[in-house]
Design a protein around this ligand. Structure first.
Ligand code: TGC
Length: 405
């Protein structure tokens, strides 16, 4: 058997290893450095996440020991510069997110909450002292951060948040509740967004050490999605902080939204990683599984499913790359991120559902990845802006009319 470029068999013309990148030669658009980072993370996912994810997911365990390995790989604050961060490009960070989420959305979410949300907030809005204090330790994985924006009654509408920071002498005193906060029960520091009585831009950010008196966090259980990661409720009861706990450069909701842009960007890539894993596993299964005396991959209806998955993963990956290039060029606007997040997560869920059907009954077990990805993607579809929010951000961008207010 002769194998030519991109794993194509010269005798039959079939792709021996038909990854989506190979099929469209998307690699032609990547530098050697970008491909190197992707391969490094892909190998890590292959060796470290794929063999273990079934157990972690089944037992609803986040493997905390993996944090130092993420740090070793330069994944924590990967796209940030200085303070021990890797200073990688948006495309490099995106490729890493894609590979991680091919393993599991929950593990990509760790990297996103730590780097795109908590570390981004400190890097972008913190004082020099705050950056020195927190970022190097967070990049090394010695300190874990979380990002408290959402509340029990303020989900899609963070402007309605109730958490309040009042000034008492030179101290700040925080009271309120946060919900769906990734990592809060294992975090050392929480970036908490709170309303103040400042007249203009009352929402401000605070760095709250999680051992502060009055700070409590509790895991939200049981969950049917993101079982290998941690989402929590937080309660803040008269949490007293020094004046220097406030992030000085974040004023108003633009602060947390700027961090959300970073996390939403990672999702655009990550969702295609999960989708690609569904497609590749369905293809492999269809070629092996025999019914009616032949591999199910020989049936037209199965081939149609596989072809549709291939097309949507290819389109979504190209879209992620295009958006990544825009981000690196400094031309990316929030509505472009909404375009990517809405499309790629929506398509990834469809692909996961379709892939599950290829496995028949076996597809509902944890022995195969599509249903796990499908369950995870329901959370990904909801967090960092629901489908509806992103649809209406696009609606606003193309009509000039806000549907929200
Ligand atoms: P609006 O009046 O439009 O804007 C308020 C201020 O924010 C600015 N802004 C942005 N800045 C940067 N990037 C963006 N994407 C921005 N979007 C808005 C805007 O320019 C304005 O600035 P200024 O200076 O003029 O005051 O605000 P709005 O409330 O009307 O916006 C509506 C809407 C729906 C778009 C917004 O509220 C929204 O995006 N909602 C979705 C919220 C969301 O994604 N929540 C998920 C939070 S993630 C989380 O807490 C848990 S998941 C992570 C984990 O696992 O921990």
């Amino acid at each position: 058997m002769t194998v030519t470029q991109a794993g194509r068999n010269a005798d039959t013309g079939a792709f021996d290893s038909p990854t989506v990148q190979d099929f469209l030669n998307i690699d032609a658009h990547l530098s050697d450095g970008e491909k190197g980072i992707r391969e490094k993370i892909r190998l890590f996912v292959h060796d470290r996440i794929k063999p273990n994810i079934k157990g972690w997911y089944d037992e609803a365990v986040f493997p905390k020991e993996i944090v130092s390995e993420f740090a070793e790989l330069g994944l924590l604050g990967m796209h940030l510069s200085g303070y021990g961060c890797a200073g990688r490009s948006a495309v490099e960070y995106g490729l890493a997110c894609m590979e991680l989420e091919a393993g599991d959305s929950g593990l990509r979410t760790f990297v996103s909450v730590q780097g795109s949300l908590a570390m981004s907030a400190i890097s972008r809005f913190g004082s020099e002292e705050q950056k020195q204090e927190w970022l190097p330790r967070m990049a090394r994985g010695e300190t874990i951060g979380c990002f408290g924006l959402t509340e029990p009654t303020a989900g899609s509408d963070p402007a309605s948040m109730k958490t309040f920071a009042s000034k008492e002498g030179s101290d700040w005193v925080l009271n309120g509740e946060k919900r769906w906060i990734g990592l809060a029960t294992i975090a050392d520091v929480a970036v908490v967004w709170a309303r103040t009585d400042e007249e203009k831009n009352p929402v401000r950010g605070f760095l709250v050490p999680t051992d502060s008196a009055g700070f409590t966090a509790k895991d939200i259980t049981p969950k049917l999605s993101m079982r290998a990661s941690i989402q929590c409720d937080i309660e803040l009861k008269n949490v007293r902080l020094p004046e220097g706990a406030m992030l000085p450069e974040a004023r108003g909701l633009g602060g947390p939204f700027a961090c959300l842009n970073e996390a939403r960007y990672g999702i655009i890539w990550g969702a295609m990683g999960a989708a690609r894993d569904c497609y590749e596993s369905a293809l492999a299964y269809a070629k092996e599984r025999e019914q009616f005396g032949r591999p199910i991959a020989s049936f037209q209806l199965v081939q149609e499913k596989l072809a549709n998955m291939l097309i949507e993963v290819g389109k979504g990956t190209l879209l992620a790359l295009h958006i990544g290039r825009m981000k690196d060029a400094g031309t990316l606007e929030p509505e472009h991120i909404s375009f990517g997040k809405l499309n790629n997560v929506r398509e990834a869920i469809e692909i996961a559902r379709e892939a599950r059907t290829v496995f028949g009954g076996n597809g509902v077990t944890l022995d195969y990845p599509p249903m796990r990805h499908m369950s995870n993607l329901e959370s990904v579809r909801t967090y960092e802006g629901t489908d509806e929010v992103h649809t209406l951000i696009l609606g606003n961008a193309i009509t000039g009319i806000s549907a929200f207010r």
